[in-house]
Design a protein around this ligand. Structure first.
Ligand code: GDP
Ligand code: MG
Length: 661
């Protein structure tokens, strides 16, 4: 058994390698902060596990996800490391490499992005570099799987690496080592990391060595360095490594004078333009929705719908008759399961198209630009531009969106972003918009849906502003984001990442939506008077009626709407299933007719506004509970959401009515 860990700077292709070598598929994206947790996968070629860790520039952790790596090294339950380096950014990447070499476990270096390096006119003396660092180096192109084949642990070896620091530091290391218990490993590394200010290592060592001793030792060393060099201790350590790396690269790298980056810069001048940036982003979203609806999504969805309400329904009907199923089962399958689950499945093509676009934005490098463009706006609302990344991911699904906020440096900002992400309209909500806009806004579907997405963002911004002057004040971090080079997304990566996002939706249809639909159907079949009651006298109708008065100021006081909103808490697309079941219609066309008669366009818009915000779904609530500091914050976030939804829908409906819509 061999357990191997992958470490490296953010956005260097660690997860791409991980996916190549294991049977799993994890999230890959072209910005830093994609992987926020430790991921473990079984190795394909050998026995053992591969562990993917969040990226980091240095072992001293700043963010929650960066702590993962240091903690992992200290626990040390693994046999070897692969350090992934972006060969087109060697100089910066090697800082971490030096620290890993100092750590001293068997290791090898994966020199990734060789394609990019080559394009930039970079040549590296790999053999020579490998000898100087004392570990094997393997060139690779992780996303194509080139060079990833035999990264086995046998070839790894413990480095005989030694970087000599200033005498003061060397002496301090020795002093510290003599205080450590005899069984302790990686002593030099631990001492160095302690001096550098690595909090995780500091806490660790304080369990074994007396705190007073450590503090005195640290103070002494800091003072001596200050006197001799007039700089801070951690700076001196950093400089030493920097000089070493510069020398190393001078000897081992050839750069030709190829002009690169020029195209990236030209694109950036346009898309991150002060005035054009936001309109361009809105335009990109508009195009995305045009594809999701008019241009591609709706025609395909119509085909699926025809299939389900035609051949599938009649096939099942015939089958049920053939086995002689009674009226109860006939109704359960036709009016319940096929109507409810089928109603959701119809939207699968549209949702996949949306996910394809989000994956494209993620993998091309545009994501980081959007964060940068948005920073200027977000700053005015007390947020950091990085907060926009969780929000965009939240457009797909709020749960991974919330997880993505883990890469934010400051706790307060992270909590704030976590609370805002559920306001982002996710793809499950798209199913509901799709249904209503197809009935009431046939010619402007994309525009109406865009308005709801933008509304989610605007609400999030206003809430951010209010919370940042009341609850989350006095902590504001500087916006630093890496602009990764643009990369043309690789078809396979794009396909996989779209599928990864979308498959959950399909799976949900087969599990929670299926189960939910059966329950809803049962509750609409049974009433206080017994079985097979008229639907207006079913339990579902009673439940719906009990909350309908609350909703009547918002414009939709039918019991069906009330009931659908309750089930929508389980999963947002459940609203669609519920409507199919409760309106007892044979097909989508009939549903459109019934809903078209019962509501007006204004009422349907008010419903969508309310539905956008009223409460996060169950899975999101669970994630909120984990990621927020306490249950109170979670409840606060839900209550706030509900209040905003109510007030906004009320305004939309009442003002809309005054205006004569
Ligand atoms: P991580 O943050 O280190 O886990 O990196 P990811 O695996 O998420 O990859 C970051 C980005 O680099 C993605 O857009 C990948 O498709 C891309 N990428 C990964 N390996 C290569 C490679 O060898 N060449 C090129 N050109 N791009 C790569
Ligand atoms: Mg990753």
């Amino acid at each position: 058994m061999m357990d191997i860990a992958i470490l490296g700077n953010p956005n260097t292709g660690k997860t791409s390698l991980f996916n190549q070598l294991t049977h799993s598929y994890e999230y890959v994206g072209n910005w830093s902060g994609v992987t926020v947790e430790k991921k473990v996968g079984k190795l394909r070629a050998a026995t053992g596990n591969l562990i993917d860790l969040p990226g980091l520039y240095t072992l001293s952790p700043l963010t929650k996800d960066e702590k993962v790596a240091s903690t992992f090294l200290l626990e040390g339950k693994f046999d070897g490391m692969i350090n992934i380096i972006d060969s087109s950014q060697l100089e910066r990447n090697l800082h971490l490499t030096v620290q890993l070499l100092e750590y001293g476990k068997p290791m090898m270096i994966g020199l990734n992005m060789m394609d990019v390096a080559k394009r930039n006119g970079l040549a590296i003396h790999i053999h020579q570099l490998s000898q100087q660092l004392g570990v094997p180096i393997k060139p690779m192109i992780a996303r194509k799987g080139k060079g990833c084949e035999q990264l086995d642990a046998e070839k790894m070896k413990a480095p005989s690496f030694h970087l000599q620091y200033d005498d003061i530091i060397e002496e301090a290391i020795q002093q510290c080592e003599s205080q450590m218990p005899a069984k302790m490993k990686h002593t030099r590394w631990i001492a160095l990391q302690y001096l550098e200010g690595n909090e995780v290592v500091q806490q660790y060592l304080q369990q074994y060595v007396s705190l007073t001793w450590l503090e005195a030792w640290m103070k002494d060393t800091e003072k001596n360095v200050k006197i001799k060099h007039n700089i801070a201790l951690n700076k001196l350590i950093y400089r030493t490594r920097e000089t070493y790396i510069e020398e190393l690269l001078k000897e081992n790298m050839i750069t030709s004078l190829l002009k690169h980056k020029a195209s990236s810069e030209t694109i950036d001048r346009v898309v991150t333009n002060r005035i054009l940036g936001i309109p361009i982003f809105l335009f990109v979203m508009y195009v995305m929705f045009q594809f999701t609806f008019d241009w591609l999504g709706v025609p395909i969805s119509d085909l699926v719908d025809g299939l389900i309400s035609g051949p599938v329904t009649s096939g099942v009907e015939a089958g049920l008759q053939w086995i002689g199923a009674n009226a109860f089962f006939q109704s359960l399958f036709i009016d319940g399961i096929i109507a409810g689950v089928g109603g959701v499945l119809v939207f699968v093509p549209q949702i996949f198209i949306l996910f394809l676009f989000i994956s494209f934005i993620e993998d091309s490098g545009y994501m980081a630009r959007v964060a940068m463009v948005m920073d200027r706006l977000l700053e005015k609302f007390g947020l950091n531009g990085k907060a926009f990344i969780p929000m965009i991911i939240g457009f797909g699904c709020n749960v991974p969106g919330i997880m993505a906020s883990r890469s934010m440096e400051q706790e307060q900002e992270r909590h704030l972003t976590t609370m805002l992400t559920p306001f982002m309209s996710c793809s499950a909500r798209l199913a509901v918009y799709s249904l209503f806009t197809a009935i009431f806004f046939t010619s402007h579907q994309a525009l109406i849906v865009l308005s709801l997405y933008v509304m989610g963002i605007v609400v999030a911004l206003i809430v951010a502003k209010i919370l940042s002057i009341t609850k989350y004040k006095n902590e504001k971090s500087l916006f630093v984001i890496e602009l990764p080079p643009y990369r043309i997304p690789y078809a396979k990566t794009l396909y996989r990442s779209t599928w990864e996002k979308g498959k959950g939706f399909v799976r949900k249809a087969g599990t929670i939506i299926l189960a939910g639909t059966i329950v809803i159907w049962l509750l609409s079949y049974v009433g206080p008077q017994g079985f097979h009651v008229p639907i207006q006298e079913s339990f579902m109708a009673y439940v719906g009626k009990s909350i309908a008065p609350l909703l009547s100021p918002l414009g939709f006081d039918t019991w069906q709407a009330g009931a659908a909103l309750i089930t929508g808490f389980l999963a947002k697309e459940m609203v669609v299933s519920t409507l199919y079941v409760l309106y007892l219609v044979p097909n989508t066309e009939a549903l459109h007719v019934v809903i078209g008669q019962q509501y007006t366009a204004l009422q349907s818009y008010s419903f969508m506004v309310f539905f956008l915000l009223y409460v996060p779904c169950l899975a999101t609530v669970a994630t909120l509970k984990n990621e927020l500091p306490n249950t109170r914050s979670m409840l606060f976030s839900i209550a706030l959401s509900f209040a905003i939804a109510y007030v906004l829908a009320l305004c939309v409906y009442q003002i809309g009515r005054l205006l004569g819509f």
